[in-house]
Structure formats: C-alpha cells, structure tokens
Design a protein around this ligand. Sequence first.
Ligand code: MV4
Length: 456
Amino acid sequence: MFRKVLVANRGEISVRIIRACRELGIPTVAVYSEADANSLHVRLATDAYCIGPADSAKSYLSIPAIMSVAEIAGVDAIHPGYGFLSERADFAEICEQHSIKFIGPSSTSMKKMGDKANARKTMIDNDVPVIPGTGIIHDVKEIKKFAKKVGYPIILKATAGGGGKGMRIIRNDSEIDTNFSLCRTEAKKAFGNPDVYCEKFLEHPRHIEVQIIGDKYGHYIYLGERDCSIQRRHQKLLEEAPSPAIDERTRKKMGEAAIRAAKAVKYEGVGTCEFLLDKDGKWYFMEMNTRIQVEHCVTEMISQIDIVREQIRVASGEKLGYKQRDIILKGHAIECRINAENPSKDFLPCPGTIEGYVQPGGFGVRVDSHVYPGYTIPPYYDSMIGKLICWGENRNQARRRIYQALKEYVVIGVDTTIPFHQSIIEDEVFISGKFDTSFLEDFYKRAIKTNLKKKK
Ligand code: MV4
C-alpha cells in the first residue's frame, strides 16, 4: 500500500479522498491555494502545503507546484480527484516519469479514450455499440455524403473534446460549411486540435453511465448504471441509481459492454462509460470518463462498495476485492448537488460566508461536503458546496427521504439550489421517471404553465 498520498484537489472530493486514506491508514498531503487556507481538507490531511494564489492556473493546475510538494513531502502517489488535473494525460505521464503513482489509469489508456474518433473505432472493434458516425472529416463533401446516408440532424464533434464541449448540430445542407469551419476553429482554440468527426444526432436521449473498476491483473467489475439526464448546460444537477429506464437484462448488457470498452484500452482503476439511450431503448457508447466522478456516491449507496477505497487499493497494485457475483445492487439512491447559486438569476454563483449551517441526517442520508458554519465560499472555483445523497428500499422511498432531508438542510448567508431541488423532487414528470436530457427545459415550461393556471 502507498506510504503517503498527495491529494491534488480541493473541496468535497479532497475531503472524500482524505477520509478514504485515513481509513486505509495512509497519511495524506493536502495542497491548497491562498484562497483555501480555511478549507476542511487542509484540516483533515496529515500535512498541508500552500501551492500558490487563488487563480487555479497558478495553484491547483500548476504541475510544477504540485510536483514540488510531492517531492518535498515524499509522497509515492497523487490522487487528482475530479476536474483540475484529473484527465490530463500529460500530468499522468509526468507522474509516471517521476515514479509517483497517478491514482487513475495509465497515460496511454487516457490518451486512447481522450481521442474520441479513435475511441469510437476501438468500440466498433470490440462490439460496443456506437451511434452511426464517421472518422475524422477532411472535406465538407464527406459531411454531405454522411448526411445523405443517415439523414438530418447530424452532429459535428471535436475529437479532442468531450463533456459537451466542441459540438455543433447540423440540421440541413446549408449549415454544413459554416459549422465545419467554426467547429474546427473552436476545437483548435479549446483543445489545440482542429480535428472533428460526425455522428447522427439523437434527439432527447437519456444520459446513462456505467461505473467500472479494473485492477492491473485484468480483473474487471461493473457496478450498474447511474441516470444523469437532469442536466443544465452539461452540468449535472441531480443523479440517481439505478436508472428508472434500465431493466436487469439491459443493465447486464451495458455493464458487459463497459467492461469490453475498458479492457480494450487496458484500463486500470475506476472509470465510467457514458451511454445515450434513445426512445426505442437502443443505447450507444459516447465517451469514457477516466476519473472518479462527482456522482459516484449514488453507486456506493446501492452497491455498498467504497469506490474511492477500491480505487486507491487497485492503484497500489492490490487485487480487486470483489468479483462480479459479489456485486448486489439493492434499493435506490438519489443525489442532489447543492450549489451556492441562485436558480432564479440564471444560476448566478453566490459566494460568501455561510452564517448558519445545519446538515440533515438519519438513516439512509449522506452529506459529502467541505463546508461548515462560518466558512467563506471563495468566488474562484466551482460553486458546489456539497452533495446530499439519500438511499431508499425503492425509488419512491429515496425520493421521499431526500425531500425531507432537503427541507432539513439549512444554509444561511448564501443562496443555494436546495429549494430548486425540492421542486424537482416533487415534480410529476420526475416522479414518473419518464424523462430525458430535455427534462430541465420542459420543467421550466411546465412551471410557467402552472403559474398561469394559479393566477386564473
Ligand atoms: C450527442 C447527443 C446526441 N447525438 N451525440 C453531450 C455531452 C457529450 N458527452 C455527448 N453529448 C451529446 N452527444 C449524438 N450523436 C446529445 C448529447 C447531449 C447530451 C448528452 C448527455 C447529457 C446531456 C446532453 C445534453 C445535450 C446534448
């Protein structure tokens, strides 16, 4: 097992990782920016080092600053958490060159999944369904030909993109030229690579993702799926497991496909295969997230497996602690991301001091957070102040439990998304479980209609 782990992150995920290390008996090193001196992760870690100013480019994203601390503190592993350096193959490579274990996949696996056109090809070769699409586009004529074959709409995607960045929908012939040139320019600017490819565009899909874990001995397990369809501008608001749209047979098929995807790139560690599910129940691989994700907790609640602990164990070279037959998914879990934002001001971030704070609790209630009464939320980073996760024997029980927990949750001094989550939880379409990635737009439209009715 590791001697000492550096946690190259901040906020709730650094707290989550430090807790897992403490349980494993591993000392931890926190890094923090000048704006985070009072953060909980600094208190909970064995040691803490300031790595620079508030600006994350000069602190949490500074590879020299982090590698210097790694050397001075004498760590043998770095956990990148999510965001920041977590999906930077160049960082994983630097760690490899310095004999420091990057707690995540190898830089080679990361690069193979990071190139989306290449990943599509790998999936096709391994019987993982993908949306009809093309390789890298060299000429607009290829786009026209593809559109003729599959019909409009189609979508252009940057091969170096992902997570919704660098995409353009094309709805007719006249939109090809400008979209091709704009997409390439944007891709070059955002990712340093102008290459784009084409796919048939699926309207109103559900976003389903499968959690997998692999060890360095080629053993893999899947922990079922999460439904992440409730998003706003590619930012998830609420996630649940299992998905109300997936039956036992599909779960197994998707899980096995996710493992084939991981095996194809010799993937080690925890990862997530993202799929889109269409109206007819057909599903397709989209991309693989090569990090621990914000929403991993809903899977932990239904599988009773500590995913971060397992991630650290397999990274250190230990064997996966479970076989597929050990994995028994039980009940239902829902997670609400609590952000210091105002939904009625277009989700405007609301940094500031938390004057009063009371967390909910009780059976099946979990809060993962780094904040406390008197904590000041800095304006420089993500506005998530915590996650509320509730488990129930079934979806309705989980829903009722999280509704009560949201009511108990008191945050005074800043605006939060807590009331907004309450209205989602009691929304009739959410209750029905029949929704897709357009949920939020439809939710607003319904809210306007309901208000008009009330005024009458
Ligand atoms: C798509 C799609 C429809 N058709 N690809 C957005 C995030 C990125 N991982 C993939 N994304 C999409 N790719 C095809 N061929 C629709 C989306 C999409 C989406 C996907 C998941 C969750 C929310 C979304 C919101 C808008 C678009």
